[in-house]
Design a protein around this ligand. Sequence first.
Ligand SMILES: *[C@@H]1O[C@H](CO)[C@@H](O)[C@H](O)[C@H]1NC(C)=O
Ligand SMILES: *[C@@H]1O[C@H](CO)[C@@H](O)[C@H](O)[C@H]1NC(C)=O
Ligand SMILES: [Zn+2]
Length: 223
Amino acid sequence: FRRRIKPWEFEIFFDPRQLRKETCLLYEIKWGTSHKVWRNSGQNTTKHVEVNFIEKFTSERKLCPSISCSITWFLSWSPCWECSKAIREFLRQHPNVTLVIYVARLFHHMDQRNRQGLKDLILSGITVQIMRVSEYHHCWRNFVSYSPGEETYWPRYPPLWMMMYALELHCIILSLPPCLKISRRCQHQLTLFSLTPQKCHYQMIPPYILLATGLIEPPMTWR
Ligand SMILES: *[C@@H]1O[C@H](CO)[C@@H](O)[C@H](O)[C@H]1NC(C)=O
Ligand SMILES: *[C@@H]1O[C@H](CO)[C@@H](O)[C@H](O)[C@H]1NC(C)=O
Ligand SMILES: [Zn+2]
């Protein structure tokens, strides 16, 4: 059951700067009050990873429907709108299951349906967050087949990317227009990330996020 992924797989799948097409899911399941954690990983097949998980879980869950269960996902891409719908339906049918979702990147975040899908997930009580340094470290230690002595190594991506995605997730939650723009220069295989804030972003986004992305300057302190 416990299969670890290769270090290079983790590094390329979860790099917030690379827009790899496939999706990787690392997941943890805890049953009842037990402290034992079940871990496994999956990649998309012809179906999205979220749907594969739900189908697998539902077929195995029949054995013990009344035991509460908490699930944590680490997804390289956030759920698309169709998966968001499937997840909400899944949780509606399994009221004793709680789900926390960490994502490395936001999937086609300019698409209004995907934005609404994520917002609906959050409004229905599911935690959705951008992976931070602590989650990368956690995944490295628990899901990656690192070599002996490498347990304190993990890919340290520039925090700016996590902050830009966190900013955009705030825009989604607050129903603001997109602030993060991602464009591709095909002939140079270059991906450009830029922030295009409007007045509403400055008004509504929490200052600590604006500060972390460099959109506002720290206040000057005079002694
Ligand atoms: C996973 O999704 C990507 C992007 O849609 C696709 O190119 C790839 O073939 C899929 N993987 C499998 C095993 O079908
Ligand atoms: C949820 O858990 C409670 C307490 O363990 C149990 O009584 C109830 O039947 C469960 N609900 C479902 C739908 O399994
Ligand atoms: Zn999907």
